[in-house]
Design a protein around this ligand. Structure first.
Ligand code: BV8
Ligand code: ZN
Length: 246
């Protein structure tokens, strides 16, 4: 494993990290890569399931057209995930919640690894693969790892679908609004492991920047967001994040 030089972190960022009270973090699939979770656009190609690009199988249209196929895709992802653990990047962010007066962790990930690492009140913008929701009355159900998932709503008899936000669907009411408020008010914003292509999530660092926050990206590759950032830490989240608070 390549030892990351702590001089990767600027004195400016160290100073702001030491004195900030309001901090917002936005994460994407990259933060779970070191846990073994495949990213969507890792290595330049887009994830494909049975010949369908993921933003086709993960779309509102597909739920209407073929809900069993959508369940097959999410059942497969849960089967992968239940063998995987959070990595040092997830644990570091769980620790940050006790460092700052107002710490907001917003994730695009549906893998549940932030919660598994001990992060409380994570804003899961795109939902979670560990929940199902009734298509009629919207009642939500937990899916327990290793157990058969519920497939009918006991309340109204309606069929259940994955409780995730699919392409073409609005985000859960309130979730984005709270995240946008916190982005507007934060002094320091970290963008970790995201290609920043999916909206409205990718708009959060733009809101923070426009409101005067210091924006720092952590990613082994440059993204459309890099130019907007005050600092870009080129590396893997699991190796870089523990250096910031040192
Ligand atoms: C909506 C859940 C209202 C399901 C997901 C404005 C402009 C253009 C398009 C739109 C727009 N507004 C709306 C749209 C349409 C669409 C959209 O954004 N399309 C994109 C593709 C252009 N948005 C929507 O549909 C949203 N809904 O807007 O509703 C509306 C409705 C109708 C019409 C208009 C508006 C809903 C979007 C949510 C979809 N659901 N997930 C599932 O998981 O299957 S999105 C899903 O994909 C993820 O949640 C995430 O958001 C995205 C994947 O991105 P990343 O997480 O960033 O992952 P990626 O693989 O791309 O990148 C990984 C990065 O990590 C890389 O940069 C890599 O270098 C880095 N990395 C790798 N290893 C490491 C690392 N970094 C650090 N450490 C490492 N070790
Ligand atoms: Zn129901």
């Amino acid at each position: 494993m390549q030892i990351m030089q702590s001089d990767l972190i600027s004195a400016e960022l160290r100073n702001r990290f030491k004195h900030a009270s309001r901090v917002l973090v936005l994460t994407g699939a990259g933060i779970s890569a070191e846990s073994g979770v495949p990213t969507f656009r890792g290595g330049g190609n887009t994830a494909v399931w049975k010949g369908m690009p993921f933003d086709v199988i993960s779309s509102a249209t597909m739920v209407e057209r073929d809900l069993p196929a959508v369940w097959e895709w999410f059942d497969y992802r849960r089967s992968l995930l239940q063998k995987l653990q959070p990595n040092p990047a997830h644990y570091e962010l769980a620790r940050w919640a006790d460092v700052f007066q107002e710490f907001t962790l917003v994730t695009q990930n549906v893998d549940g690894l932030h919660r598994a690492a001990g992060s409380r009140d994570v804003i899961e913008l795109h939902g979670s693969v560990w929940r199902a929701r009734c298509v009629s009355c919207r009642t939500s159900y937990e899916i327990i790892p290793g157990e058969r998932r519920p497939d009918v709503c006991v309340g109204c008899g309606g069929s259940l679908r994955p409780d995730v936000v699919l392409f073409g669907e609005m985000l859960p009411s309130g979730a984005f609004e709270i995240a946008a408020e916190r982005a507007q008010a934060c002094q320091l914003c970290f963008v970790i492991g995201t290609s920043a292509l999916v909206y409205p999530a990718a708009g959060l660092p733009e809101i923070a920047k426009a409101a005067g926050a210091y924006v720092c990206e952590v990613n082994p590759e440059f993204t459309p967001l890099s130019a907007l950032c005050d600092e870009v830490l080129t590396g893997k989240a699991g190796e870089v994040l523990p250096l910031i608070s040192q």
